[in-house]
Design a binder for this molecule. Structure first.
Ligand code: SF4
Length: 536
């Protein structure tokens, strides 16, 4: 018997060091760790001890005999990885974390952002003795995209927030939520109170298509739609045109598949999740019966993960379709589960939907040329590569072609990549080549908007090592003021700072409201309601 990792894997890799026979791959130090869709267990080596299961923050590890319905393919997918990548040598010993050396008795680090990148960095720092961490977020709530990006029907993935909550609860971690760095407090002021500032603010801008019509009413980014259904306070009042029968989603990553799934699946499958109540209302009234997901290239180049594709293929009352003339390309990706992706798309190309089914149609080889309409979106025109144009009628277009980091006033920024220029997480000025003293980055603003939640852990380890190296070499002067001084300063400027206790009250209220309604959680979606709840 073996254990099996399923599509929920976040690549946190916490399971790897605990496995007594070291049969989970790829490891963070392996060359394919960054590109692998998930981690896998070698069934030929696994001794069925179950230890890894307890470590997984998102419950993505199952006993072979207990594989939930719909995940049976993962037995094969796990084994398939090792056919292509057999384990040849034993795991090297894990490096022991460095402690602060005797010359440096303390280290205070401000982390800007509280999403996965920030929480992994806080976890890495907070386990070192004499380190204090201050976490800042402009929202009254923590966890970034775990709260406002992960789809509500991926509740197992959202469980990683429980691990992050434990990190924020550590005695050497302080929380300053509802505090905007750059508005309520400057980076310079943070440096007066900390040895280092670690920017983990993510990528909250969108890549655009660069075609006419993107500014028409009815054309939105997938990011906005995701934030809307997840109850992000900045997006709760958005309105999306759901009275037409067709939505066109442009993109071929997991966000494109997420929004297609939320739009197409029957709303009764969502009511028990933590999806925002306003979204349930709107989706209940929706007339959408067909979601077209349009990708520039063929399915063999798709950026979505196999797991998300297979999940899309198994929604009740929704038929996944494709066009036979668009799915012929040979797989080019050496990932072991490539054949499962190809098989799912091939099956979609020959499927006939039942009359009552809603449909999600995967289209390939379509490059968007223009979004058309007078006052609002009426259609999208695509080029099919051979010079042919195809126009698809719709009143709602969602662009899901990637997130992008935003520049921060006073910090160097790579406009092309949408990231901070950095060396090992240490931000530098590309003009002078010099490090910007005391400033570091991690997560999407460091490596670009890619990877799984757990990919941020590897990033965080690297950046924390850079901070410790700089501290040891005397490049991080002691702060001018202590943290109590910062607390007083913030209290003067922002009367509604939400600390750990305030967040705990919000969390408790949201869970209680959810429980009373038979849901995972009912989120407050306005800043005013969140702040009121934080004071109860
Ligand atoms: Fe390793 Fe035990 Fe998990 Fe198998 S069940 S992968 S042996 S920790």
């Amino acid at each position: 018997m073996t254990f099996v990792i399923d599509r929920g894997c976040c690549k946190d890799a916490a399971c790897i060091p605990v496995c007594p026979v070291q049969c989970i791959r790829p490891r963070p130090e392996d060359p394919d760790f960054t590109t692998a869709e998930q981690l896998y267990i070698d069934p030929a080596v696994c001794i069925d001890c179950g230890v890894c299961m307890n470590e997984c923050p998102v419950d993505a590890i199952n006993s072979e005999w207990d594989l939930p319905d719909g995940l049976e393919d993962y037995l094969d997918i796990n084994a398939g990885y090792f056919e292509a990548n057999p384990i040849t040598k034993s795991e090297p010993p894990k490096p022991v974390r460095r402690e602060l050396d005797a010359a440096h008795l303390a280290l205070n680090v401000a982390i800007v952002g509280s999403g996965p990148a920030a929480c992994y960095a806080a976890a890495e720092l907070a386990r070192i003795s004499n380190v204090k961490v201050s976490v800042f977020d402009r929202l009254p709530t923590p966890f970034g995209l775990v709260r406002s990006g992960v789809a509500p029907d991926h509740s197992k993935t959202k469980r990683v927030a429980e691990r992050f909550n434990a990190v924020l609860g550590l005695p050497n971690v302080r929380c300053f939520f509802n505090v905007e760095v750059g508005n309520d407090v400057s980076i310079e002021e943070l440096l007066e109170h900390h040895h280092a500032v670690l920017w983990a603010g993510g990528a909250d801008d969108d890549r655009s298509l660069g075609i006419p019509g993107e500014d028409l009413a009815g054309c939105h980014s997938g990011r906005e739609f995701v934030a809307w259904y997840n109850g992000h306070p900045d997006h709760a009042n958005h309105r999306f045109q759901l009275d037409g029968e067709r939505v066109v989603v442009i993109g071929n990553g997991n966000v494109a598949l997420d929004v297609a799934r939320i739009l197409a699946q029957p709303v009764d499958m969502l009511v028990k999740t933590d999806i925002a109540l306003h979204s349930i209302d709107a989706l209940t009234r929706s007339n959408v019966v067909d979601v077209v997901v349009a990708a520039r290239r063929g399915p063999e180049h798709a950026a979505y993960t196999t797991g998300e594709l297979l999940a899309l293929d198994r929604i009740e009352r929704v038929a996944l379709l494709a066009q036979a003339d668009e799915v012929g390309g040979a797989p080019t990706d050496p990932r072991s589960n490539d054949e499962h992706r190809a098989a799912a798309v091939a099956a979609a190309a020959v499927r006939s939907p039942a009359e009552e089914d809603r449909t999600i149609t995967l289209r390939y080889g379509l490059s968007p040329v223009s979004i058309n309409g007078t006052d609002a979106v009426e259609s999208v025109t695509f080029s099919r590569g051979n010079g042919e144009l195809e126009t698809i009628a719709t009143s709602l277009v969602l662009r899901a072609v990637g997130y992008r980091g935003r520049a921060v006033a006073g910090l160097p920024f790579d406009e092309v990549a949408g990231t901070f220029p950095h060396r090992g997480g240490s931000i530098y000025d590309p003009q002078s080549g010099e490090d910007v003293a005391g400033l570091y980055c991690t997560g999407w603003i460091k490596r670009g908007a890619n990877g799984m939640i757990g990919s941020n852990k590897v990033d965080a380890v690297e950046t924390v090592e850079s901070i410790l190296t700089d501290l040891a070499s005397g490049r991080l002067p002691d702060p001018i003021h202590d943290l109590e001084h910062l607390q007083r300063l913030l209290a003067e400027r922002q009367p509604d700072v939400v600390d750990k206790a305030g967040w705990a009250r919000i969390d408790k209220s949201e869970r209680r409201l959810g429980r009373e309604a038979g849901r995972n959680r009912t989120k407050f979606v306005s800043t005013a309601d969140l702040l009121a709840s934080s004071r109860l």
